[in-house]
Design a protein. Sequence first.
Length: 733
Amino acid sequence: MRKRFKNLLRILLSSYVTTGISAGLGLLIIAASVFFLFGPLAASVATVGAIVCIPPDRASPRRNKFFHLLPAAVIGLPLFACVQILHDQPLYLGLLLVPATFVAFLAGAWGKQGVPIVISIMFAMIFSMAVPSQSHGVSLLVTCGYFALGATAYLLYATASNTLLNDRYRAQVLGEIFLSMGALMRIQGSRFGAALGQYPAPQPGELMQKQAELADELQAARNILLESPRQPRRQQLAAMLINLLELRDHLLASELDLDAAAANPDCAATLDQLGQIIGQLAKAVENMGDALLRGGIPPSFTDRRSELADLNWNVAGNAQPGTDFPPVWMLLRGLIHRVGNINDEIVKLNRLARGEAEPDLALVRTAWKLFVSPTAWSWRPFLLLWRWDAPPLRHALRAALAVGTGYCLSLALPWATHGYWILLTIVVVLRGSLSQTLERRDARVAGTVLGCILAAGLLVMNPPLLLLMIIVPVAQAISHSFAIKRYLITSVSATVLSLTLAHLLSAGTSLEFHVFERLGDTLIGAGIAWAFSYVLPSWERGQIVALVNRAVLAQARHAKIALSRSQLQAIDDEFELEWRLARKEAFDSLSALVQATRRSLSEPRAVRPALESLEQLLARGHQLLAQLTAVKSLLIRRGHLEHDDISEPMHIAAQKIDAALTAPHSHALPDAPVYKAWPIENSAADSLDYDLKPLILRRLNLSVDIAIKLREDADRALAIRSAENRQAIGDKA
């Protein structure tokens, strides 16, 4: 029960719930103001105008916030007016809806920035169908004026609200990242603890999926936290984010040699202790996340270095001479050291969070310029859209056909009072991929049933009009809060919202008929969306070639920079920032490939990509990043190494990795190792300060080997795709 309460508190204090509350409050203020000034009809139409502008309103940077929301109102108003004009002409209305839907869904070409605009544009048309044309003697111009009033008021409110809440959003978004990192660390800790068989080992796919989700969250966090960090608190949070990225790298590197050590029964007890320490470190990370969400100061962190040092001495004391390289004791001590790096980053994070350490302002300011995504709208995605295999173009055609079918069917049904509910269901259920469509379909149907029950119980009591005007923004707040995180909750609240709004806009129709019509229209709309997800499909395998090539090139660039001779000269300079950018692209490319691979699991077996090759490629991509991170960590400890001793093997390794990942035929690469290993002294096991050169050389050799195999996996996946294309062309011929 305590754990559930903590999770509930985390949800209530999250950034997405805050944005939902802000949206609901704005809607309430606008609806109430217009209600008292102009009456209930004006308030209902102004509410529609505000609702149209709500989907793109998320926690975001302050820069260009108004212009980010503006397209929803600018495009929505004329479409709202056109639907009002054609309200009583079904044929012409249908001729408007289909092409307008196609144009609206083209906004999906802008990715996550464009999808909410798609929803807003469609809401403008669909909710206009719900507003009676020229009802109560109100002219078209006045009705559109009420819509524009609500939309404009919400644009101004949302811009001001985002500015006022910006500092709160920064803390919340960073707190959510800490919680995600803690969850990832717990999964990693269970990997260590699985050596004794006490805990089930997590699936590799689960770990990669969590890493991909974290990569997406990190980019959203960068956009907010690294924007204009001029104030001390903002600089503190931005520095914590940068340290969190280092923690992510060390966590990834802790995977190295884990399988080899776990295969030795003598290592089980040590690995289990390391797993418990990682669990304690994860708890400390989560405590910092909770403190950020609450707006407090986290508790002081207990440094685990003494425990790790004891483990290190125990491993050294139990070392047995042998011929294997690296010996077991060295594998374990390498794992202990990498867990120690995680511990050290958490110590830094805790000191930053408690205000006991000053942020690196030079690094923060440079990161501000390099790592924030552009917020302005660009024509480039639109210009690159016009090719037949472009997924946004195919999705726009698919959506237009689905909406046209749903509209024709709504005209033929015996109940046509709220035919727009079918269209609304199609719009929110039909996604760009089959897996997302299936997920939305199930959540929409279940949420509609629950929402109808709640709305019926509420409206049957015939509450006063003012109470209904309050229910609408409350339902909107809940719906907006969970639209991305928990769509089932959004579906329930959206059903209550739509039934209440329909009751306000068209009073007089029986409640029972509204509820049953809503259920029937939802089932029909969900069925149409599901069926049309197979029309002009954009199967994930169509994007695999580009995603695989991107991932391979990103790995090559990261390895080239990470193993450059400049690494031997400076750690915190401009070159370091170039390495950070390369590392970010490597993680982002793997994240995109992981998401595409996961989505393909819901597709028909006949059209799935080569999953086995892709999963191996993804695993090796993360392994190569981990190996290079370990090399960097060892270089930082290299105090007693001479530059000339290590620069040559690093240069050779960089050349081999670049050739492996960029050469057209990886099988032509020589199999010779990067460099001969330095002999390891037997006395090294008895000291905490042992020779690092053999370890660095081993990491370099392993990196080259992984790069060659990664290229082979990529070639295998692309070859299967090319064979499928040739077969498809042959079938057509």
